[in-house]
Design a binder for this molecule. Structure first.
Ligand code: NAD
Length: 494
């Protein structure tokens, strides 16, 4: 008998290996040629499941099913408030299964159970938030000359593809699935090859709960980025592509989508800075700085991977940060009390350690950590490097691991120039009790999000958006809904 970890029949965390299927055209199925990929638990290195590796035929079938569902009256003519009720039911299913999903997420990604649980509840909250907006997507009436009525309609964008990364596998999928469904689009979600299990399990729970989604409106296709992701991004039957991923992937997806002039939302990398002035509450800042770079083992687009600190408080703050994170137990994410789990994959840990080594050749002093942990699994020490210069790799490159680069400054102008001196512009944090300085910095930082005296923080109702190489477009908030609707102007001669 085949057990499905993603159907929760097999208790996640056991050593059973499961064979999963994907959700295409309303059915759970294997790839058309039967090909599969292995899925690992990075804390043990064990293979825990296989998932289908979608073929080009599967992609074709998926897009056709999505188009048919978009045009079927069950979805196209559904009362927008009913879409909201369905989203609320999806949120309820997510909350009900949050612990089981979090266990699976931790097992597949390496993150701690506590981190996974808060992310999945955040995903459920996102579904609720957009449930309330589904019947508030309004057009406008426009005063034009003469005896005319002129108005706009905002209609669903159409078939949307959601390409998801491995660092917050389920939460980032729900972040864009929710507004797409609220707006009346259909959804094809493709998880990252390393971490497909939570999205598959969530989709099964939604399917089992029979929330009222017509067949084909939501599909989950598993497969490689280079083949399935690429084919979806370049498909002429797709009306919009949402990618969360690295900058090179964003460039590839945008190039592919441009063949059909398909609009894209890209949420890409980051090199966030916490900018700490001498008047800041250092004790509180130290805790938040640790949270901002060591949570999820630093594998976060919005990680505060740079610490820019006023020279007067440099030594005290570095000491406080090191003391704080030294209290964090590192180990398997499902183990009680663990604060930092495994990195997502041994290959990714090698990349992080390789970049750290290359960066240190340019300068900097390791004052904490710096190594892989000597045990099974892709574990790495929380690492703090001081004396990092602004042209160094550790200041400029996204390591996507638990590595904090520290750079001192003397003046506000210098702090601002340092903060803005990267290709990225996602989230930056400002730590000061001087109100005017806080708002000056917020105004002049070149990034999509600024947080003052707190880091990192976001809500479903606030924009998650990057400037420069951090992306194009907006996730979360009412602004995200614009992407999922097309504007039509109607003129009536009276
Ligand atoms: P990645 O770019 O390797 O993969 C992301 C997704 O894209 C995966 O599903 C992958 O299969 C797919 N993909 C890869 N190549 C593709 C191609 N040519 N065409 C279509 N799809 C393709 O990213 P990752 O390693 O999974 O995640 C880490 C990156 O994601 C980091 O750079 C991080 O900063 C970024 N990220 C950004 C945000 C944000 O909101 N800004 C959030 C999380 C992660």
């Amino acid at each position: 008998m085949v057990v499905h970890r993603c159907g929760f029949e097999a208790a996640p965390g056991g050593s059973t290996m499961t064979e999963e299927t994907m959700w295409l055209d309303g059915a759970w199925c294997a790839a058309s040629d039967g090909a599969t990929s292995d899925v690992l638990n990075p804390a043990t290195g064990e293979t825990i499941a296989t998932v289908p590796r979608a073929t080009l035929d599967d992609v074709e079938r998926c897009v056709q099913s999505s188009r048919a569902a978009l045009n079927a009256p069950e979805w196209k003519a559904m009362d927008p408030a009913q879409r909201g009720r369905i989203l609320n039911k999806m949120a309820a299913v997510t909350y009900q299964n949050a612990k089981a999903l979090a266990k699976l997420e931790s097992e597949n990604n390496g993150k701690t159970f506590r981190e996974a649980l808060s992310e999945i509840r955040y995903g459920a909250w996102t579904l609720e938030y957009y449930a309330g907006l589904s019947d508030k997507i309004e057009g406008s009436t426009i005063p034009v000359p003469g005896p005319r009525l002129n108005y706009t309609l905002r209609q669903p964008l159409g078939v949307t593809v959601h390409i998801v990364p491995w660092n917050f596998p389920l939460q980032l999928a729900l972040r864009s699935i929710a507004p797409a469904l609220a707006a009346g689009c259909t959804v094809i979600a493709k998880p990252a090859s390393w971490t497909p299990l939570s999205l598959l399990a969530w989709a099964r729970a939604i399917d089992d709960a029979d929330v009222g989604l017509p067949s084909g409106v939501l599909q989950v296709l598993t497969g490689s980025g280079a083949m399935a992701g690429d084919a979806l991004a370049g498909h002429s039957g797709v009306d919009g592509v949402v990618l969360t991923g690295g900058v090179p992937t964003g460039q590839a997806v945008m190039a592919k989508a441009s063949e059909n002039l398909t609009p894209v939302t890209l949420e890409l990398g980051g090199k966030g800075a916490n900018i700490v002035f001498a008047d800041a509450n250092l004790k509180y800042a130290a805790k938040a700085i640790c949270f901002g770079i060591f949570m999820n083992a630093g594998q976060m687009c919005w990680a505060g991977s740079r610490l820019l600190v006023h020279r007067d408080v440099h030594d005290a703050l570095v000491e406080a940060v090191c003391a704080e994170v030294s209290k964090w137990p590192v180990g398997p994410g499902l183990e009680e009390g663990v604060r930092m789990g495994s990195l997502v994959h041994e290959r990714h840990r090698s990349e992080v350690l390789g970049k750290l080594e290359a960066g240190l050749k340019q300068g900097g002093t390791v004052v904490l950590g710096g190594h892989a942990l000597e045990r099974d699994g892709a574990f790495m020490e929380a690492t703090v490097v001081t004396g990092v210069g602004q042209d160094d790799l550790l200041f400029q490159d996204e390591l996507f691991g638990p590595v904090l680069a520290v750079t001192p400054f003397e003046t506000e102008e210098e702090a601002l120039a340092l903060a803005n001196n990267t290709p990225f512009g996602l989230l930056n944090g400002v730590w000061t009790n001087d109100l005017s300085r806080a708002h000056r910095m917020a105004r002049d930082l070149e990034c999509g999000m600024v947080s003052i005296n707190e880091y990192p923080i976001t809500f479903p109702q606030t924009a998650f958006t990057g400037w420069k190489h951090s992306g194009i477009g907006v996730e979360q908030s009412q602004d995200a809904l614009r992407f999922y609707t097309k504007v039509k102007n109607v003129n009536v001669k009276l």
